[in-house]
Design a protein around this ligand. Structure first.
Ligand code: NDP
Ligand code: OXD
Length: 309
């Protein structure tokens, strides 16, 4: 039996309908109508209210409805031995690659500058670097970052990536660990954040990081809002250390109406849509995970709680 935590919109409603179609022999329960908590064996969760997951004493699996699991791991009362699996479909990474690619090309083509010039009715051609000079750095070379980096490289951009452990990825200049962080940053014309939110990565998009980038670099944040120190971004844009920022994720979501990012001339805001799981893929992932629990097969895409991702 499964419980769905926090079904907030039509996407969740449709998801539940599809799951019921696929597996009508399962007793699907939707939060908060979970019945006897002892009967719940698997939970599907995106952003469960703190303390909820400990209510289910017979839980066998927690399935994250997102690629990120910070929303789940932030709960200090999480049952300690229950495995957590996360959504990692290939198509999600391709969608992310589309989002990042259009943002990177907008940086390279100086779209923000031309938008300003248009408002001033000024015909003023600006310098744009060639593809080889335009180095893009990707923070995080996991399920998303690796595919994003490879796709950027296939359109002729110079791409480098940074991860925790060493990597070899064809066409990508790979850096790893804290010691190589500043060397990685030193040539990035655009910095793309695709790290998971953990205690080690929280606040990583800070003054020190921006200062280590070349002057007038761009930031694309598609990881989590808590990676970014918002005041540091505003200062870096004001000083010209950063030329612009494309932001899809925020400390508070939805971004409050009074937030300065909305009206900042050098910030582009999107509402956490860089990669939204297609329903078919999410259904496949859930049905597959349930079958694995039923047959005792190894689970896929398990989260390492110690690492936090
Ligand atoms: P993965 O867990 O597959 O990859 C994480 C990567 O980050 C790995 O390469 C890992 O290194 C690296 N990393 C983690 N911690 C550190 C550290 N301290 N120092 C250096 N590198 C580190 O995650 P995904 O690629 O699947 O997803 C990344 C994030 O993207 C998600 O957690 C989520 O926050 C965000 N996301 C945003 C979406 C959106 O719509 N905006 C949609 C989907 C995801 P190593 O390989 O060495 O372990
Ligand atoms: C995710 C997200 O983590 O959409 O999947 O942010």
């Amino acid at each position: 039996m499964l419980a769905e935590i926090e079904p907030t919109d039509t996407w969740f409603t449709e998801l539940i309908a599809r799951l019921k179609q696929h597996r009508s022999n399962i007793d699907w329960r939707v939060w908060p109508e979970v019945g006897d908590p002892k009967e719940i064996e698997i939970v599907l969760a995106w952003y469960p209210p703190l303390g909820t997951l400990q209510m289910f004493p017979n839980l066998k699996l927690i399935l994250s409805l997102g690629a990120g699991v910070d929303h789940i791991l932030q709960d200090s009362s999480l049952p300690p031995d229950v495995p957590i699996a996360r959504l990692v479909p290939n198509k999600l990474a391709l969608q992310m690659a589309d989002y990042v690619m259009q943002s990177v090309l907008a940086c390279k083509c100086r779209v923000i500058d031309y938008r300003d010039l248009q408002q001033l009715r000024r015909w003023n051609p600006l310098f744009t670097p060639n593809r080889y000079q335009f180095i893009v750095g990707v923070l995080g070379l996991g399920a998303m970052g690796r595919i994003v980096a490879q796709r950027l490289s296939t359109i002729g951009l110079s791409v480098r990536g940074w991860s925790q452990s060493p990597k070899e990825i064809e066409g990508i200049d790979c850096f790893f660990g804290n010691e190589q962080f500043n060397a990685f940053l030193s040539k990035c014309c655009v910095l793309v954040n695709l790290l998971p939110l953990t205690t080690a990565t929280k606040g990583i998009l800070s003054h020190a990081t921006f200062a280590a980038l070349p002057q007038a670099a761009y930031l694309i944040n598609v990881g989590r809002g808590q990676h970014l120190i918002e005041a540091d971004l505003l200062k870096a844009l004001e000083s010209g250390q950063l030329a612009g920022a494309y932001l899809d994720v925020f400390n508070t979501e939805p971004l409050p109406r009074e937030h300065p990012f909305w009206s900042h001339p050098r910030i582009v805001v999107t509402p956490h849509v860089a990669a939204v799981g297609a329903l078919d893929d999410v259904v496949d992932y859930i049905i597959d995970a349930i079958a694995r629990i039923e047959t005792g097969s190894p689970l896929k895409n398990l989260v390492d709680r110690n690492q936090g991702y």
